[in-house]
Write a protein that binds this ligand. Structure first.
Ligand SMILES: Cc1cc2nc3c(=O)[nH]c(=O)nc-3n(C[C@H](O)[C@H](O)[C@H](O)COP(=O)(O)OP(=O)(O)OC[C@H]3O[C@@H](n4cnc5c(N)ncnc54)[C@H](O)[C@@H]3O)c2cc1C
Length: 508
């Protein structure tokens, strides 16, 4: 796609072109020009396009936003912010309508109502989907096409943001980026939105795009922003384990249809757990992990539950399996847990404002309080759409008074390198003080160095320090040395300066 014109000084800048960034840009474009920076080609390398299940919204006749909020609060394991949860779930139905208006073709019944899927821990059918398991692809297609035809949106593809530029007062004054040849570009603006997505790519085993390295979080932290609940990473229990990187996802919906988990001894190891394979993601991930660490292999067996119906119900998953030589109708699918979603991120208020003047965040890069310690399935596309728009409305009304940006040297192109092995080994499904201390010692010099691993290592260091300080197990964070909940759940908040000090317990 062709680059369209250049950034106008002072126009707001959105970093990232997934569901969150494009939702924000489309709304901002109603007020004037807006520049969108996208590290990859448009539509590529965005987790949004990979979403299978759908968008959660209380649109069914038997549903209500309050029921959706209750389910979200329960999944979040005591750590969701109730106000944010109610605000975002209440906006779900209109966000879905807006995506449909923009052009997303959701699956509908003959009477025009949405066909609604059911996912684990939702008490109602409320998953709006498209093309079966192709929801993200369809939503992002619609958003990209709308952005391309919007004259006020200046799309700069294959331009990656590397640093936020600040003025003498510490307010955001621009972005330092690199073009596709590695040449530095300075874009001036007192209004910047970070929508760079998640950080699963910091792990060696992940379902996320390889560019999901938490770079927006590292940039925000280096500019002084507070990051929240960084230790909470959701590990999906069933990533297709055939040696691919990233790992294709085998959606929870397959277990919803009755597929079972078995080890290579043929044992159905989830049988003894309450809801068996439909226990929450973190419970299933730990059970699969226990099998793997005992030296066994794990499979998702859909032969009896779905058989030939598998290909019809899950066309994208079928294609991924067949490409790897596994026919899910006839063979058990090899799986293992993989880093999938990051509940933490840049701490923001109800308008998406960070703690740095002139800096907002939305989508997976932000921590709004919706997900708590454990995201409820399909709540992230919802959050991206709702909060992208909310941020845009606030940015549009904000009068930036940024001064001259202080110059900075362009850092090298980020590469995660050894960070991936360090996080996999020490900050994965199970954590303990010894492993986390080892990760801390390995990551700190990288994060505060000047090499290509500096920004990935910084984002990883926030996870590790958050995990070290949380002396309990909750949601996606499990400490083998502190396996219980503490009585009162508390959010964690960390800034760059905290990484230099010894971790302080947030719960004891
Ligand atoms: C396999 C998979 C399945 C999923 N299924 C679902 C689902 O069914 N329902 C659901 O709700 N959620 C699902 N999720 C989660 C959901 O897709 C994401 O949380 C959500 O799409 C994040 O949207 P985003 O816009 O914040 O980030 P992304 O869509 O990841 O977009 C980030 C954008 O930022 C750009 N970027 C990153 N760094 C830079 C930089 N330095 N400079 C410039 N640009 C940059 C990227 O190129 C990209 O354009 C799934 C995730 C995965 C990986």
């Amino acid at each position: 796609m062709k680059q369209r014109t250049m950034h106008r000084d002072g126009a707001p800048i959105v970093i990232g072109a997934g569901a969150a960034g494009l939702s924000a840009a489309l709304r901002l474009a109603e007020y004037g020009p807006v520049t969108v920076l996208c590290a990859a080609d448009l539509g590529q390398q965005a987790a949004s396009a990979w979403a299978q299940g759908g968008v959660a919204a209380a649109v069914g006749a038997d549903d209500a936003p309050e029921l959706h909020a209750q389910d979200t609060l329960a999944a979040g394991d005591g750590l969701c912010a109730p106000e944010a949860t109610r605000r975002i779930t209440a906006a779900g139905p209109s966000a879905v309508d807006r995506l449909a208006e923009i052009g997303a073709r959701f699956d509908r019944a003959a009477d025009g109502s949405f066909k609604l899927g059911l996912e684990a821990a939702h008490s109602r059918r409320r998953i709006v989907h498209a093309q079966g398991d192709g929801t993200g692809r369809e939503v992002l297609r619609a958003l990209v096409e709308a952005a391309v035809r919007t004259r006020n949106i200046i799309l700069l593809e294959r331009i990656d943001a590397r640093r936020l530029l600040l003025d003498a007062n510490g307010a955001v004054a621009g972005v330092l980026a690199a073009d596709r040849d590695g040449t530095a570009l300075t874009l001036r603006s007192g209004r910047v939105v970070i929508a760079t997505g998640g950080l699963g790519g910091l792990y060696a085993h992940t379902t996320n795009p390889s560019g999901a390295l938490g770079l927006g979080l590292a940039m925000a932290a280096r500019a002084g922003a507070v990051l929240a609940d960084m230790e909470f990473v959701q590990f999906h229990p069933t990533a297709l384990d055939v040696g691919l990187d990233p790992m294709p996802l085998v959606s929870e919906a397959v277990r919803g249809e009755g597929a079972i988990l078995v080890n290579d001894l043929g044992e159905r190891f989830m049988a003894g757990h309450g809801r068996a394979e439909l226990e929450p993601r973190d419970v299933v991930a730990r059970a699969v992990w226990a099998e793997l660490t005992a030296g066994r292999k794990v499979f998702l067996d859909a032969r009896e539950a779905l058989g030939e119906r598998f290909a019809v119900a899950f066309p994208s998953i079928t294609a991924a399996c067949l490409a790897a030589g596994v026919d899910p109708a006839l063979q058990p699918i090899p799986i293992r847990p993989a880093a999938h979603y990051h509940m933490g991120g840049i701490g923001v208020d109800a308008h998406g404002r960070s703690t740095v003047a002139g800096l907002w965040a939305c989508g997976e890069a932000a921590s709004t309080g919706l997900h708590g310690a454990n995201r409820l399935a399909s709540n992230s596309l919802l959050e991206a759409a709702v909060c992208g728009e909310a941020v845009a409305r606030d940015v549009a009304c904000f009068t930036a008074s940024a001064g001259t940006p202080r110059t900075q040297r362009l850092p090298p192109r980020p590469e995660p390198g050894v960070v991936r092995a360090i996080l996999d080994a020490h900050a994965g499904v199970l954590r303990d003080a010894t492993g986390l201390q080892a990760a801390l010692a390995a990551l700190r010099p990288l994060a505060f160095g000047e090499g290509p691993q500096a920004d990935p290592a910084l984002a990883a260091l926030f996870i590790v320090i958050g995990a070290l300080a949380r002396l309990e197990s909750r949601g996606g964070h499990f400490r083998t040395d502190y396996p219980a909940h503490v009585a009162v759940a508390r959010s964690s908040r960390l800034a760059l300066t905290d990484l230099l000090a010894e971790p302080v317990a947030v719960a004891a």
